[in-house]
Write a protein that binds this ligand. Structure first.
Ligand SMILES: *Cc1c(COP(=O)(O)O)cnc(C)c1O
Length: 355
């Protein structure tokens, strides 16, 4: 039976990406060795790194003056690297969920960090809108897509201070005006590559202003200077990321990807809104295009585990909602084909017919 992979992360990758990466693991560039058993400083791997950075910049249309880094440690290490490198007096955070809360907690270890707004009182079912970004903050931190709750900031906001964004789960899902950001980071395992690599896009001029001493490995300038090769980078995930970027380019880039994502998410949201059994969980205007959360209407609550079983028998993988939200979550990342969304919608319709 065909599996439809709605996992939230690590999550679906384009089949070509997996095939190409598998090939390089067996025989990289026809050199008779695996990509896993050669130096990261070899000519062949350096070419991979250079091309990955170049394509990353091309697809996101990153302006001059920014560096692209590939590091270890996950997005979670960035929760600490960001304040380590940028928080001198005060930082401001928008609290839109668990990941944002974790980022804020780390910042507090380094100095004053304020929460400008939060939707915690409503279990993070919306993105706060009426807030003021303090003009005296060193930076303002947002989480553009809240993977657990299924909310998303769809626009590149204007910030009077350096804007920092965790884009772990919506990077490359739409064009981004990078010039509005000082720093963008994310774990690759949602929309780009297998787990193990973290991307960082940083405007060079915002660095080097701290009075504190930054440990070498945690200083962005170390990795800029050494082209993400200060130490051994995660070579296989970087290789896979390059294959994903090539795949994105072949589809027509981020405008084309955004169009597909709007269409895919629309198909599922339409069914959620139409269905007698299901309902959405978040404010309509903040609905994520990447993680679509839904629950059973109150009168059908006891059908939840029955639907879970029904869907899994039809090949739907990973649609159980996060424990903090309950119900269901279908992640519709770039690599998820439209056919999978249609299969899920049909599954929901068929279940409704018999109930
Ligand atoms: C998954 C996720 C993280 C955590 O990423 P790690 O790479 O596991 O540290 C952080 N932020 C967001 C928005 C996520 O979706």
């Amino acid at each position: 039976m065909k599996k439809h992979n709605f996992n939230a992360g690590p999550s679906i990758l384009p089949r070509e990406v997996i095939d190409q990466t598998a090939k390089a693991i067996l025989d990289f560039n026809g050199i008779g060795l695996s990509i896993m058993e050669i130096s990261h400083r070899s000519k062949d791997f350096q070419a991979v790194m250079d091309e990955t950075v170049a394509l990353f910049k091309e697809l996101l249309e990153i302006p001059e003056g920014y560096s692209v880094l590939f590091l270890g440690g996950g997005a979670s290490l960035q929760f600490c690297m960001v304040p380590y490198n940028l928080l001198e007096k005060k930082a401001a955070y928008l609290n839109t969920g668990v990941w944002a809360t974790k980022a804020l907690k780390e910042a507090k270890l380094f100095g004053k960090a304020v929460e400008v707004a939060s939707s915690k009182e409503a279990n993070f079912t919306y993105i706060p809108k009426d807030y003021v970004i303090p003009a005296d903050a060193d930076y303002f931190h947002i989480t553009t897509n809240n993977t657990i709750y299924g909310t998303e900031i769809h626009e590149d906001i204007d910030s009077p201070v350096t804007l920092v964004a965790d884009m772990s789960s919506d990077i490359f899902s739409r064009p981004v005006d990078v010039s509005k950001y000082g720093l963008i980071y994310g774990g690759a395992q949602k929309n780009l590559a297998p787990a193990g690599v973290t991307f960082v896009v940083v405007k060079d001029e915002i660095l080097g202003k701290m009075s504190r001493t930054i440990p070498t490995m945690l200083d962005y300038r170390t990795h800029i200077k050494d082209g993400s090769m200060f130490n051994t980078p995660p070579v296989v995930p970087i290789y896979a990321a390059l294959q994903t970027l090539k795949w994105l380019k072949s589809l027509g880039g981020l405008k084309a990807m955004q169009k597909i994502n709007i269409e895919k998410a629309g198909i599922l949201y339409d069914e959620i809104d139409r269905s007698r059994l299901f309902k959405g969980t978040v404010a309509v205007e903040d609905r994520s295009l990447m993680n679509i959360c839904f629950i059973m209407n109150d009168e059908y609550k006891d059908l939840e585990s029955e639907f879970a079983k029904f869907a899994s028998e039809r090949g739907m993988i990973g649609i159980k909602g996060h424990r903090l939200v309950g119900g269901f979550r279908a992640s519709t990342y770039n690599a998820l084909p439209k056919e999978s969304v249609i299969a899920l919608v049909n599954c929901m319709k068929d279940f409704e017919k018999s109930h």
